[in-house]
Design a protein around this ligand. Structure first.
Ligand code: HBI
Ligand code: FE
Length: 261
């Protein structure tokens, strides 16, 4: 699985964890991380959900690539989560096992300057800036923990493809209805230079009320802006909607065709 990926998996442990090796980052890499951060910092006040904005403020992540260990200390104290450094995408089973133990896999390498606007595989900027702040939000943190446990069950039930769609339309590209209007909480949106404003304000994409079975059935493309976004009312709403046992839902949906986005 990791053969064609760009990270260095040679020194990964059995659970795919590696050392972050913060001292090995070049000055130019810290500068690129800051440039990415500064680009998003102009957008998030208008487009990000309040919970994300409140969390990023406490992370002092604006000047250089963050030290995972020091963020993990704060994170453990708040919601019992911690960062586990990984070489990049890791097999589903390893990924879900980490989430089921309140460890979030964060890629250690940073994109190249020419990938400033788009990158295929998640790098440290996507994973840290997009995913880590909301781990400080208790209900979101509980949901992701449940997602991890559900993922291990999905592996046993051969239902990972369906569950990955739920992750895509919430954790990666989720929108939330707030008193101020639609706001983004998905990591893929928060870390994107262009899709963040598009998802929240453009009139082209469909914005549907979150519906568990529809998300489990709706396919997605990874290399272009989404044409459909799902909107939750709150993290409590997402938690409630995804609380049931998915086993009977998988059994029913498995016989139905996937829905085009
Ligand atoms: N590995 N490092 C990493 N990050 C991810 O987001 C990730 C992964 N492996 C599998 C995966 N996501 C998805 O296939 C699951 O959400 C279904
Ligand atoms: Fe991601």
């Amino acid at each position: 699985m990791t053969a064609s990926l760009r990270g260095d998996y040679s020194r990964a442990a059995k659970d795919y964890s590696v050392e972050q090796d913060w001292g090995a980052y070049a000055t130019a890499e810290h500068a690129l991380f800051k440039r990415l951060f500064d680009r998003q910092a102009k957008l998030v006040p208008r487009y990000a959900c309040r919970e994300w904005i409140e969390a990023i403020a406490g992370l002092e992540a604006g000047n250089e690539i963050p030290k995972f260990d020091s963020v993990s200390k704060k994170l453990r104290a708040k919601t019992g989560w911690e960062i586990v450094a990984v070489p990049g995408l890791i097999p589903d089973d390893a990924f879900f096992t980490h989430l089921a133990n309140r460890r979030f896999p964060v890629t250690v390498w940073l994109r190249k300057p020419e990938e400033f606007d788009y990158i295929v595989e998640p790098d440290v900027f996507h994973d840290f800036f997009g995913h880590v702040p909301l781990l400080f939000e208790p209900v979101y943190a509980d949901h992701l923990h449940e997602y991890g446990k559900g993922g291990l069950k999905a592996v046993r039930l051969d239902a990972v493809k369906m569950l990955a769609r739920l992750y895509w339309y919430t954790i990666e590209f989720g929108l939330m209805r707030t008193p101020q209007g639609i706001r983004a909480y998905g990591a893929g949106l928060l870390s994107s230079g262009g899709e963040l404003a598009y998802a929240v304000t453009d009139e082209k994409p469909a914005r549907k009320n979150f519906d568990l079975e529809q998300t489990l059935r709706t396919d997605y493309q990874i290399d272009k802006y989404q044409t459909t976004y799902f909107v939750i009312e709150s993290f409590e709403h997402l938690m409630r909607e995804t609380a049931p046992d998915f086993t009977p839902i998988y059994a029913r949906l498995r016989t139905l065709p996937a829905l085009a986005p």
